[in-house]
Design a protein around this ligand. Sequence first.
Ligand code: GLY
Length: 566
Amino acid sequence: MKKRGLLPILMLLVMLEPPPTSAFVGQPVRARHGLVASTHEVASRVGVEILQRGGNAVDAAVAVALALAVVHPAAGNLGGGGFMLIRLADGRTTVIDYREMAPARAHRDMYVDEKGEIIPEASTVGHRAVAVPGTVAGLALALEKYGTMSWADVCRPAERLAREGVVLTHAEAESLKRAAQLLSRFPESRRIFLRDGRYYEEGEIFRQPELAETLRRLIEHGPREFYEGETARRILAEMEAGGGVITLDDLRNYRAIEREPLRTTYRGYELITVPPPSSGGVALIEMLHILEGFDLRALGHNSADYVHLLVEAMRRAFADRAQFLGDPDFARIPVKGLTSRRYAEALRQTIDPKRATPSATLSGGDAFAYESEHTTHFTVVDAAGNVVANTYTLNGSYGSGVTVRGAGFLLNNEMDDFTSKPGAPNMFGLLQSEANQIAPRKRPLSAMTPTIVLKDGKPWLALGSPGGPTIINTVLQIILNAIDFGMNLQQALAMPRVHHQWMPDQIVYEPFGLSRDTIEALRARGHAFTERPRYMGDAQAIMIEPETGMRLGASDPRRDGKPVGY
Ligand code: GLY
């Protein structure tokens, strides 16, 4: 009698138990004052040193971005572009859009032949794939408006790393070897990154004297040097030698732009994220609005019911991405509509809880295999509570493969993020519309999704990830893991992810990520899966613990990153 009476009480206690804070994947790194989470420990340390010298989060972010250009050349860059989301302690928010721009001589059909067929590799490899780099302009704008330190001070750590060299980690040495096929097509890249075929091994010191010299010029003459000085001259010589179309005018005219962030709420939390020309914020908000109508926690994490709803939300948001999104300075983008709750409600009504909606009924398209991808994200929080979430990229790993001769840095292949031909997939298998067709001085559509979440009006979580289109779904799932499932930050990043991008109409999943039963249950509802599972993302996130103000940092266990704090 007594025993039977105890059971309901025990069950009630279990139900009332707060969400778990311990986790089999360990705990986040804790710091009292400031914290940097990036994909390379050396870059995270550079940021913390800036914070300890009295710099704010923006100063540190600029120094980290420049350091990553040295220690993580697959994606850290001077020759690419990205988005920096800033929330200052006084509540001001902004987005620095330093996305690359199409050169003035770019045109709609530059990657198709006379029959209208896509020319293989034209938009992904070599000089013609390169868009006008935005990184140096973006970092300089962020520093000038929101930083406190001088340009020279935040450049110096990167210059030193390039000149003195860094000890190659296992991950970086392997990454260079994996890129051998691309990099060996360009003699300067082969010489610098592959040591002319005598590959670097982990533990060796990797020095980059040409890059150090470029950074020294930037220190001495300021950021415009990149667009107008000796560095610009070297970029133009490289373009001329390899048949690229970037001109001095393109470089001189490049400007980073400040944009209003997008905002919404999700289960009482405020969300701040990036607007077009990234699709990330719009798609993230659309999916959260759809999912807010379901009790996800009750379904169980990564259960068939949960994955079904996630995938149905992803499918719809990515179909809209393909149809509507592009550079807002060139096409009217229905951002308000796509991010409205009424629109999400209407989409929610179209989800059948027991059947997958075939993507083809949402719109047309083709299946396409995935290829490699790369971008990198880092997050910084300082002692005052300023927060920076920055994602930037060369697009593919090591971008176009082209290193600017005598300048030591790689150039992006961001032109591939445009629609080369409506209806034809890009390197991520993404189908895109006319809204994202190539035009002179236009910015290609991105998926980068640096995001900040507020709880009770105060910064609570800041995050982002690389991964091409998987970025958006990685950020979505970490937010759901933290809010809906109450996971600690390390676990929120570690949990297996799924990805669906409308077309190809299949679920990408991670090794050991879904049980066979779950996969079979989803197949029975009409879902298809990629043949082989693969890991996705390299999230870098910081949480501010509301009760203590402690900064908690987590780096994605899928890669090599490390949060460093003080
Ligand atoms: N280049 C990848 C992205 O911007 O989404």
